[in-house]
Design a protein around this ligand. Structure first.
Ligand code: CDP
Ligand code: MG
Length: 137
């Protein structure tokens, strides 16, 4: 089934000049990027995007991280792309993410409290629809 998902290149990915490599990985995989822009997220947008995290102890550090600079915001399209993009990204903690994944190859842990892990992907079709309408209005 053809799906859409929300993909972000987070501020560390942009600052470390990994935009080209990440887009190349998406395109090499065969997924289509059907919309793309750069924005520096606001706290208000992040409170909605990360609604299930706002009460977590790491949330203030996550907001500092995500507002530290521009992100690349993309809508990806393809068969089973929601799960497929999460496989390409690798697991949340970049120390544990497998080599070959974006987080495993391009990410590492840093002294900051927030887990800086280069990319974001929606975790379900329902989340994807919600996140796409939040970021593209
Ligand atoms: O991004 P993903 O869906 O893999 O992970 P999540 O559990 O939904 O967490 C969202 C984001 O919060 C992560 O990608 C991290 O950037 C951040 N986070 C963090 O800073 N510290 C944690 N202990 C867990 C998540
Ligand atoms: Mg998540």
């Amino acid at each position: 089934m053809t799906e859409k998902t929300l993909m972000l290149i987070k501020p560390d990915g942009v600052q470390r000049a990994k935009v080209g490599e990440i887009i190349q990985r998406i395109e090499n995989k065969g997924y289509q990027i059907i919309n793309m822009k750069m924005v520096t997220p606001t706290r208000a947008l992040l409170d909605l995007h990360y609604a299930e995290h706002v009460d977590k102890p790491y949330y203030p550090a996550l907001v500092d991280y995500m507002t530290s600079g521009p992100v690349v915001v993309m809508i990806g399209e393809g068969t089973n792309i929601v799960a497929g993009w999460r496989t390409l990204m690798g697991e949340t903690n970049p120390t544990k993410a497998a080599p070959g994944t974006i987080r495993g190859d391009l990410g590492r842990e840093w002294p900051q409290e927030a887990m800086m892990n280069v990319v974001h992907g929606s975790d379900s079709i329902v989340s994807a629809q919600r996140e796409i309408s939040l970021w593209f209005n």
